[in-house]
Write a protein that binds this ligand. Sequence first.
Ligand SMILES: *Cc1c(COP(=O)(O)O)cnc(C)c1O
Length: 392
Amino acid sequence: MQAPKFHHETLLSHSGREPKKLGGTVNTPVYRASTLLFPTVEALQAVHGTLNTYGRHGNPTTRALEAALCELEGAFGAMLTPSGLSALTCALLAMLKPGDHLLMTDSVYDPTRAFCEGTLKRLGIETTYYDPKIGGGIRELMQPNTRVVFVESPGSLTFEVQDIPAISAVAHEYGAVVMLDNTWGTPIHFPSFKHGVDISIHAATKYIVGHSDVLMGVIMTSRALYPQVRGFYKQLGLSISADDAYLALRGLRTLSARLERHQRNAHQVAAWLAAQPEVEQVLYPALPGSPGYDIWRRDFTGACGLFAIQLQAMPASAVSAMLDGMQLFGMGYSWGGYESLILLTDPASCRTATSWHSKGPLIRIHVGLEHPDDLIADLHAGLERLRETVDV
Ligand SMILES: *Cc1c(COP(=O)(O)O)cnc(C)c1O
């Protein structure tokens, strides 16, 4: 984990590229290969046990992506998986065994929770959910068999920002590993390893790929944990295609430029929404006055385009009137592409350690790269449809 020599913008342009070795091509080509051939027995034996024996263990395209991601986040090693969720489940299984205890933020991405309640429970691994705002108070929940403390910041749907340095300090005191879902933070806006994280996981599907056309996950680890996680990943036989790796590398090159625009647009849209009478609260940690703003400012170097708004209590038909007629905001799961999205969510159904008190609906918004005035006009028209339904 050496300190990066260059700024993120520069690394994004230059990491994971070796034109001199590749006939001068700017981009690492797509290496489609399952079989690798060796000219001699000696050559075959020389690679035994390394990642250079067989296509499943990677190729120059996947390795270029791994190298670039490691440099950006300051990780020792990276492993690419077929989805963000598979990265999360692989990392958890790599670190936990029957009898272990897992501390899990209550604001975790719901499919991660489903894995804890399903597979981990079946394997005899116990999960305790904690209030995402617990900070150093996590000490009260540490058990002698607590092996992993899992954080996700900001939390899925509700955007609580966690005090990761405080949580990491306690976890390490007890010999536990800190695992983070860093999808919102991205490899460039939350320097996870500097803040005490041991394993950082991303749904690369979101901003890294950035164009809504590839599912991918990445697990990044410290030097100490790399052999264990890589070994387990290898045993599972996880592998991604070189074509997908190429698209992710292509998306990665513009990550900083895209995020700058996503964040600027999101600020403008969020501030406008905060002033609308139907909006009870905006949950965008990068917006002054939003919950979590102080910790976000302290620990993050930027934000993205994803946030939520809590509306006042209103009939379901009013929300439908707003969302059904959107012109620019698409309705769908996922986020992190160049396009704007809007989604009605229900965090109450996926919280157990804390409860989500809101009489009104929660709407998640992904602000894309469109002109913010057009997005605001679309939201304004949506709120007008909503107002007609409520008829206040
Ligand atoms: C989307 C998402 C995932 C899962 O990624 P997939 O590629 O869809 O499997 C994990 N964590 C967070 C926070 C996400 O938003």
